[in-house]
Design a protein around this ligand. Structure first.
Ligand SMILES: Cc1cc2nc3c(=O)[nH]c(=O)nc-3n(C[C@H](O)[C@H](O)[C@H](O)COP(=O)(O)OP(=O)(O)OC[C@H]3O[C@@H](n4cnc5c(N)ncnc54)[C@H](O)[C@@H]3O)c2cc1C
Length: 388
């Protein structure tokens, strides 16, 4: 199905094997707020062994060198697992190699690709989420380094990361207001957690509010050129939106499989509930939307593999994939809870966990509204044939 090559099917099977090994740990992770460190470390090791870690980085840097379609196939499989256990199939920043200095490669990227270091992103602020341009964090040149200040929100994986990408605006007369991106080691003097709020999902990765107060970094920690900060964020968004779409498709596949199995065996009113038209309709709608989402997802990935230079079209189509797949997965999770009945409201049930966990897929990496704005802007300026 889907015209996958033997190599595509091979990497997909390895990712599926990892996901199948992780699924039995979901309930323990749910009830304990994560897994013991040694178990989580073993899962990461397994992802590396199976060759599904850093699939988005070139082979010469130690990554998997996978096509965009293959990266999607991997993230789709690990998306079948709840509680973010599938995040062990990590995707380090693939936008970074072309702009990283040798020193940055050695200190940050290469150890990340080897699974020895982990990054996080400190971009969003209390007053700047969708509108990244509104950030108030500052970077001031001082001698042979920079001094960073700002308070960042929702810094995912701050509790496990070894360094972060910190986005700020330059202060001063020359180039004031330009966006700059920095590498900040964690911990560093001046970096402190303000608070760690609880979120709907119960994954082990926290999203604290983090204060950066007079944090000094050497000039060597500036990423790329001054003023390029937003360009890298956009490249990352494009990639990550497609991967969000892939994980949502995987989640929907799991939910469709589990709810249809349950509906076939659960008897009510003298018949399996799948035989009741109202339940059958929920199953049929869910698998139909999954097929539509997956077709859109794979075609978006294939288009990038055919012509990686057409980043404009990719930007809109990745938004379309994220928008459709995340909203589809949310609808499927809602139906799955309904099909499971009271069981679907129990935290030990996959539908209950995905019902909560999938909600954020419509918010992070750009909300559904922002995706619609991107798509509509290109549609009205380039016409329908450019996008669909
Ligand atoms: C669990 C979680 C993890 C996160 N991890 C990270 C992270 O690691 N690093 C990081 O930097 N950020 C992270 N974020 C932040 C995330 O990217 C933002 O929450 C998201 O971009 C939305 O920004 P906001 O929350 O400020 O909402 P707002 O931008 O205030 O939006 C509020 C509402 O207004 C709508 N809206 C805003 N602008 C427009 C517009 N122009 N047109 C139409 N509607 C609009 C939005 O769609 C939304 O419905 C995370 C968020 C969450 C919830």
């Amino acid at each position: 199905m889907y015209g996958l090559s033997a190599a595509d099917e091979d990497v997909q099977a390895r990712a599926r094997a990892l996901a199948d090994e992780l699924i039995p740990f979901e309930v323990q992770a749910e009830l304990s707020g994560g897994l013991p460190d040694d178990v989580a470390a073993a899962h990461k090791k397994r992802a590396i062994e199976l060759g599904v870690f850093a699939t988005n980085l070139p082979r010469e840097l130690g990554g998997g060198g996978c096509s965009t379609l293959q990266q999607v196939l991997v993230q789709e499989q690990v998306g079948r697992v709840t509680n973010a256990l599938g995040w062990v199939a990590a995707t380090p920043p693939s936008w970074f190699p072309p702009v990283a200095t040798d020193d940055q490669l050695a200190r940050y990227l290469l150890p990340t690709v080897r699974g020895e270091r982990e990054e996080c992103y400190a971009i969003t602020e209390e007053g700047a989420g969708s509108d990244v341009d509104a950030i108030e964090a500052t970077a001031r040149r001082d001698g042979d380094g920079w001094v960073l200040n700002g308070v960042k929100w929702h810094v995912t994986s701050f509790n496990t990361a070894d360094y972060c990408f910190f986005q700020a605006k330059k202060t001063g007369d020359a180039g004031g207001g330009e966006h700059l991106l920095f590498l900040v080691d964690l911990p560093s003097p001046g970096v402190s957690v303000v608070r760690t709020p609880a979120y709907s999902h119960t994954i082990s990765h926290q999203h604290p509010v983090v204060a950066f107060t007079d944090v000094r970094v050497p000039a060597a920690n500036l990423v790329g050129a001054e003023g390029d900060g937003m360009r890298y964020s956009r490249e990352w968004f494009r990639f990550e939106r497609l991967m969000v779409a892939a994980r949502c498709a995987g989640a929907a596949e799991r939910l469709v499989a589990e709810m249809s199995a349950f509906a076939s065996s659960r008897v009510a009113g003298g018949a399996p509930i799948a035989a009741h038209g109202l339940v059958a309709g929920m199953l049929a709608d869910s698998v139909t939307e999954l097929f539509a989402a997956r077709s859109l997802l794979y075609e978006t990935a294939r288009a990038i593999d055919r012509d990686p230079s057409d980043t404009r079209t990719a930007h809109a189509q990745c938004s379309m994939a994220k928008l459709y797949c995340s909203e589809m997965a949310g609808r499927v999770a809602d139906r799955a809870v309904q099909v499971f009945g009271g069981r679907g409201y129990m935290r030990e049930n996959v539908a209950e966990r995905f019902f909560r966990e999938l909600r954020v897929e419509r918010i992070w990496e750009g909300t559904s509204e922002i995706q619609r704005m991107i798509i509509a802007r290109q549609l009205t300026s380039r016409g329908v044939a450019a996008l669909a």
